[in-house]
Design a protein around this ligand. Structure first.
Ligand SMILES: Nc1nc2c(ncn2[C@@H]2O[C@H](COP(=O)(O)OP(=O)(O)O)[C@@H](O)[C@H]2O)c(=O)[nH]1
Ligand SMILES: [Mg+2]
Length: 207
C-alpha cells in the first residue's frame, strides 16, 4: 500500500494553473474521481486503498469543500476525493457552488477515466444519489458504483436482499449492475477485487 498526497484544488481560480490538458501538476496518470454523499465513506476508502491516514475521516459531514488528489502508486493512477454532496444543512447556494465546482473540474480534466460513485450498502441509491448519478451521466464520464460499509449488512438474507434491490435500482438508472462493487473499509472485504477492477479499468462500462 503506497500512496501519496498530491495536491488540493480549493477554488475554481486554481483550476487552469493546476490542470493542463492531460496533466495535473505535471503528472499524467489517469484520474479516478470518488463521488458520494458526505459521510458515505469516501475518505475511509481512500485510506484503505491508497494509504493509511492520507484522507481525513470525519464525523462532521460536509467539512471537505475541496478536491484532494492522491497518487495511487500501486496501480499507477490518481484518485480525486470530491466534496460530498447532500450534507444536511446545505443551502441552495452551497449546492449550486458544489455543482459548479465539480462540473468545472470534470470538464477540465482530460485524463479523467472514471467516476466511482460511493453508495451506502444499507440504503443507497437515495434520491440525492440518483441526482448526482444523473448529473454525472450528463457530463458523459463513465460511472462505476461502490457500495460502501458492506460490513453493516449482518445477515446473509439482508445482503441478498440489498444486492437485489441495488441491482434493480442501477438497472433503472440505465447502468449495468455488474459495474457495482461491494466493499468494507473496516473489514477490507471486497477491496482486492475493487483494486483489481480499477487497475485494469480502461473505459469498460462507460455509460
Ligand atoms: N461500519 C463502517 N463504517 C465506516 C466504513 N467506512 C467509513 N465508515 C465510517 O463512516 C464515517 C464517515 O467516513 P468518511 O470516510 O469520513 O466519509 P466521507 O465523508 O465520505 O469521506 C466515519 O465515522 C467512518 O468511521 C466502513 O466500511 N464500515
Ligand atoms: Mg471525506
Amino acid at each position: 500500500m503506497a500512496g501519496e498526497f498530491l495536491v488540493t484544488l480549493g477554488d475554481l481560480s486554481q483550476l487552469d494553473g493546476l490542470i493542463k490538458g492531460r496533466f495535473i501538476r505535471g503528472r499524467g496518470e489517469p484520474r479516478i474521481a470518488m463521488v458520494g454523499r458526505s459521510n458515505v465513506g469516501k475518505s475511509s476508502l481512500i485510506n484503505a486503498l491508497v494509504g493509511t491516514r492520507l484522507a481525513q475521516v470525519s464525523n462532521q459531514p460536509g467539512k471537505t469543500r475541496c478536491i484532494h488528489f492522491y497518487q495511487w502508486k500501486d496501480i499507477g493512477k490518481i484518485v480525486a476525493d470530491l466534496p460530498g454532496y447532500g450534507f444536511a444543512k446545505s443551502s441552495h447556494e452551497e449546492r449550486e457552488r458544489w455543482e459548479k465546482f465539480i462540473r468545472a473540474y470534470l470538464e477540465t480534466d482530460e485524463n479523467l477515466e472514471l467516476a466511482l460513485v460511493l453508495l451506502d450498502a444499507r440504503h443507497g441509491p437515495t434520491p440525492l444519489d440518483v441526482e448526482a448519478i444523473r448529473f454525472l451521466s450528463f457530463t458523459g464520464i463513465p460511472v462505476n458504483f461502490v457500495f460502501a460499509k458492506a460490513d453493516t449488512l449482518k445477515t446473509q438474507s439482508e445482503r441478498a436482499k440489498r444486492r437485489k434491490e441495488a441491482a434493480q435500482a442501477i438497472r433503472q438508472l440505465g447502468f449495468d449492475p455488474e459495474l457495482a462493487y461491494w466493499v468494507s473499509s473496516k473489514t477490507r472485504d471486497g477491496l482486492k477485487e475493487l483494486e483489481r477492477g480499477l487497475a485494469t479499468y480502461a473505459g469498460v462500462g462507460a455509460n
